[in-house]
Design a protein around this ligand. Structure first.
Ligand code: F0G
Length: 447
């Protein structure tokens, strides 16, 4: 198909930070109709309404870049090399180093989780803990990409709708870059660990009278009307940074490809990013096969899982309700990219109940790893897929944990004190009230 490249009418050519077109080694392409735009065009969607991809010139990189390049950077003390995102910069965003806003992020642990493995019915299980990023969630990988693009474009105000983690991350990176951050969160449906971060990092925060999907629609309207830079995962540069989650897993494994990578799905940016990044590694010949991917949704916020079960790619929005508030999303923005990735990685989609998420979380926490509820949909999903025979017990499985345990401590305490209304706590580890003498302690230890 011939490439139709369109110059954006919204291009801020007068901006001193804006590159000449010839300086940019990537362009944007519509996922729906293949229309292309300049690499740093100030737009998030195609004229047809489709979402946009960043397309890198892989032919130019072939022969100049290898996994050895990325491995050698792990030993380097250079600012960009220390980031688990910018170490892979040629495949993220090829911009001048001075524009890169990094903390650095990534470099998260890939844990062996033997107790969780036996609970889910696997011989072994590895968990990549993205809650170990600077603001406690995987969002930092995408945000370093998004805020870097914002800086490159000369943006001074950025905005997002969020179930909590995106806002925490954006608030922190915007502060670092000297930008004003505007955060829109659903009223009363955000974990306090995340709300506290947005407030503490100085974001102007609005709790809207509506759910996440309403906040998402509102912020897109606002950004278009007021020339504010939108930093939700509909922004293609967020996806580019987020891809590094897959690059780093592969690097952790010495570029050996696992059988499965399993992750939760909400707005569907993360799984879109994972599949895009891995497909690029494959196209470059850096890996000799692709892993399979499983996307796990909460049963109460399951538009992708419903469509998958019905054998259709047409997504019907749902009114979302789950105790895993991070993924309480009924109308995900990245669904088209998501299907493409599921096709590329021979993926599956499953759904799990909130009770299954809570019990999986108790296992992940008790392994000494710990993660927030949405993350543990990953483990609940693996258990389900092993039981259904989709994942073989001896498969090499990497599960992604997306957020830190302390993001949502209320759920932890509620579970272990058996006070979560409508839920059981079969793995509760409740605290005991005892007297303040040694005799009391001894009696408690013996009893
Ligand atoms: N896990 C956690 C901890 C999240 O915060 C999110 C999304 C997801 C999984 C789902 O990832 O949206 O890429 O499919 N949180 C967003 C937010 C929506 O606003 O923080 P996704």
């Amino acid at each position: 198909m011939p490439v139709r490249r369109r110059r954006s009418s919204q291009l801020s050519v007068g901006c001193p930070l804006f590159p000449r077109e010839t300086d940019v080694r990537f362009h944007l392409a519509c996922v729906t109709c293949d229309q292309t735009y300049d690499g740093l065009a100030l737009r998030y969607r195609c004229d047809c309404g489709g979402t946009l991809d960043v397309v890198h010139d892989l032919d130019r990189l072939r022969g100049k870049l290898s996994t050895a390049t990325f491995d050698s950077r792990k030993l380097s003390r250079e600012r960009l090399d220390k980031s688990g995102v910018w170490r892979f910069r040629e495949l993220i965003l090829d911009v001048e180093p001075e524009h890169v806003v990094t903390k650095p992020e990534g470099n998260t642990n890939l844990y062996e989780a033997p107790k969780v493995a036996s609970w889910v019915g696997l011989d072994a299980l590895q968990l990549k803990h993205e809650g170990e990023n600077p603001t406690g969630s995987f969002k930092d990988r995408g945000m370093t990409g998004g805020v870097t693009a914002a800086k490159r474009l000369g943006a001074t105000r950025v905005a997002c709708a969020s179930t909590g983690n995106t806002s925490a991350s954006m608030a922190s990176y915007a502060s670092q870059a000297g930008m004003e951050a505007l955060v829109f969160i659903p009223d009363g449906k955000i974990a306090y660990g995340k709300l506290s971060q947005a407030l503490a990092y100085g974001a102007r925060t609005a709790q809207i009278a509506g759910d996440f999907d309403a906040a998402m629609a509102l912020v897109q309207e606002l950004c278009a009307a007021e020339n504010i830079y939108l930093l939700n995962s509909v922004n293609p540069f967020r996806i580019e940074g987020q891809k590094a989650i897959g690059f780093e897993i592969l690097q952790d494994l010495g570029w050996e490809v696992p059988d499965w990578i399993v992750l939760p799905g909400g707005n569907l940016g993360n799984n879109s990013a994972l599949s895009k990044g891995l497909s690029e590694l494959y196209a470059l010949g850096f890996i000799d096969k692709l892993p399979r991917m499983a996307v796990i949704q909460a049963a109460g916020a399951n538009p992708l899982a419903q469509a998958y079960a019905a054998g259709t790619e047409a997504l019907s929005p749902v009114a979302a309700k789950t105790l895993a508030t991070a993924i309480q999303i009924g109308n995900p923005v990245s669904w088209e990219k998501s299907w493409r990735g599921i096709r590329q990685l021979d993926g599956v989609v499953a759904q799990v109940s909130d009770q299954e998420i809570l019990d999986a979380k108790a296992q992940v926490d008790a392994q000494g790893i710990g993660a927030e509820p949405a993350s543990c949909a990953t483990v609940a999903g693996i258990k389900k897929l092993v039981a259904e025979g989709v994942i073989a017990p001896d498969a090499h499985v990497v599960g992604i944990l997306t957020g830190h345990l302390l993001k949502d401590p209320d759920i932890v305490v509620g579970y272990h004190q058996s006070t979560l209304e409508g839920f059981d706590s079969p793995y509760a580890n409740a605290p005991t009230r005892i007297g303040a003498t040694l005799a009391d302690v001894k009696a408690w230890l013996e009893g």
